[in-house]
Each structure stands twice: as structure tokens, then as C-alpha cells.
Design a protein around this ligand. Structure first.
Ligand SMILES: Nc1ncnc2c1ncn2[C@@H]1O[C@H](COP(=O)(O)OP(=O)(O)OP(=O)(O)O)[C@@H](O)[C@H]1O
Length: 243
């Protein structure tokens, strides 16, 4: 077997995408790849284009030029439900739990096997990994705290057994202790061999979590490397990530 045949395509490939909202161009040739099992941090300041990139991958902000590929297959301009069927789990910035339904119903509504037939996430397993949700199972999701809602949003996404996770600013607006818990949770997920892309303003949250980093500024990629390389690069951190 040649070495080439062992090279697998990246799980997520964003290939030179331009995204517009109306007449305003928001992303300019954004390009990066996430390999199988990698935890990639997409970092950048407020308004840099992180959410737009996540939405472009998830099918919510179709690129005008360039391509989005999942497991080597072209998925540019597919609908969000098609991306979900292809194995993509997306937790948007605003979490979007069903406020009038209980925690347990939110979870059950989302339950389905993954595209590869994987069915790892039962309610029992969710409560094991998210012990904070156990006593809240009958509570209306709209009455949860921000941190609890974030946990529920991640748990609900997992009930669809995705093989690729997109988390948009999971630490946003949460107290430091809750941010720590979300960090522990992401580390647990990393061990389940899924591929993870996390968009964050909070670089410190990602330093101990991610293996790799991509930095975006004004809709353009300005850095790609390992987390260790980012830590060692004062210039990039000061220019693009300092608050
Ligand atoms: N629906 C929209 N219509 C027009 N412009 C938008 C829309 N959504 C976002 N923008 C603009 O696109 C740019 C990128 O926004 P985006 O939400 O992708 O950034 P971000 O890096 O995720 O920042 P944040 O941390 O604030 O979410 C910003 O200038 C923003 O004002």
C-alpha cells in the first residue's frame, strides 16, 4: 500500500470562501482544514468573522465563492439539515434550546443515530457525562441558567451522534467556574474520537483544550498553526487576540 493511499482527506475543509451578508463582504478567501480527531480553535476578536465561518460550514451562510467539504465531499451551499445528516453537530452562539420544553424533552427530540449508524448517546450516557443536568431533567429549558443552557445545547447536539462538532463561543457570558466545567466537558468529548471546531474570543479557554489554532481578523485568516506555536507567537496574540 502506498503512503498516499493512507492519507485521508481532512474532516472539515474550508477552501477559500467568500461570504456576504447582502452587499457587505464578511469573509475573504477563508481557508483552513481540520483533521480527524483534531480539536481546532478558531480565534478572533468580536466581529472578526468566527460565527460567519461556523455558519458557512453549517449551511446557514452559504459562500458565494470557494468550497466547504466534509470528509472530502463537496458540501458547499447544502442546507443545515443536510449537513446535520452528514454528521455535523452545530451549537450556535445563541444556543437555541426549546424554552417551553423540559430538559429531557429537549434531549429526546434530538435523539437519532449518526450517519454511520453510531448510536452512542443515550439519555443515561448524557446524564453520566453531564451530571449537572440530572436533577434538572424536568425543568423547562427556558428557566435554566446560561451555563446550564449551554450544557443542554451541547448535550442535545450529541444526541444526534455527530462525528464533527462545531461549538460557537461556548464560554461566552458564563461565570469562570462554569467555563471550567465546559472545558472539562470538551476534554471528555475529545476522548470520544470526534473532530471538534470551537470558535472563541477567549483564547485562554482554548489553550488547554485545542491542539491547533486558526486566527481570523476582519474576515481573513491571519494565523494557522499548533496551539504551542500560537503560545510562542507574541506578535499574533497581541495584534489579533489582545482585548
Ligand atoms: N446578519 C448579518 N447582517 C449583516 N452583517 C452581519 C450579520 N451578522 C454578522 N454581521 C457582521 O459580520 C461581521 C462578522 O460577524 P461575526 O458574527 O461572524 O463575528 P464573530 O467573530 O463571530 O464575532 P462575535 O464574537 O461578536 O460573534 C461583523 O462585522 C458583523 O457586524
Amino acid at each position: 500500500m502506498s503512503a498516499d493511499s493512507l492519507v485521508r482527506p481532512a474532516v472539515i475543509e474550508v477552501a477559500g470562501i467568500d461570504v456576504f451578508y447582502g452587499a457587505s463582504q464578511i469573509l475573504f478567501g477563508v481557508e483552513f482544514a481540520v483533521q480527524e480527531g483534531q480539536t481546532m480553535a478558531l480565534l478572533g476578536r468580536n466581529g472578526a468573522g468566527k460565527s460567519t465561518t461556523m455558519k458557512a460550514i453549517a449551511g446557514l451562510a452559504p459562500p458565494k465563492r470557494g468550497a466547504v467539504r466534509l470528509f472530502g465531499q463537496d458540501r458547499t451551499r447544502q442546507k443545515p439539515y443536510e449537513m446535520a445528516r452528514a454528521g455535523l453537530g452545530f451549537v450556535p452562539e445563541d444556543r437555541q434550546v426549546f424554552p417551553e420544553h423540559s430538559v429531557e424533552d429537549n434531549l429526546l427530540i434530538a435523539r437519532k443515530p449518526g450517519p454511520d449508524g453510531r448510536d452512542e448517546w443515550s439519555l443515561e450516557r448524557i446524564y453520566e457525562v453531564f451530571p449537572l443536568l440530572t436533577p434538572l431533567r424536568q425543568r423547562m429549558a427556558g428557566r435554566l441558567s446560561g451555563g446550564e443552557q449551554q450544557m443542554l445545547a451541547i448535550a442535545r447536539m450529541l444526541m444526534g451522534n455527530p462525528s464533527v462538532l462545531l461549538l460557537d463561543e461556548p464560554s461566552e457570558g458564563l461565570a469562570p467556574i462554569i467555563v471550567q466545567r465546559i472545558g472539562t466537558l470538551v476534554r471528555t468529548l475529545r476522548e470520544t474520537r470526534v473532530t471538534i471546531l470551537i470558535a472563541e474570543q477567549n483564547m485562554h479557554f482554548c489553550l488547554g483544550l485545542a491542539s491547533d489554532a486558526t486566527v481570523i481578523d476582519k474576515g481573513q485568516i491571519v494565523f494557522r498553526g499548533t496551539i504551542a506555536e500560537l503560545k510562542a507567537n507574541d506578535d499574533v496574540r497581541q495584534r489579533y487576540l489582545a482585548l
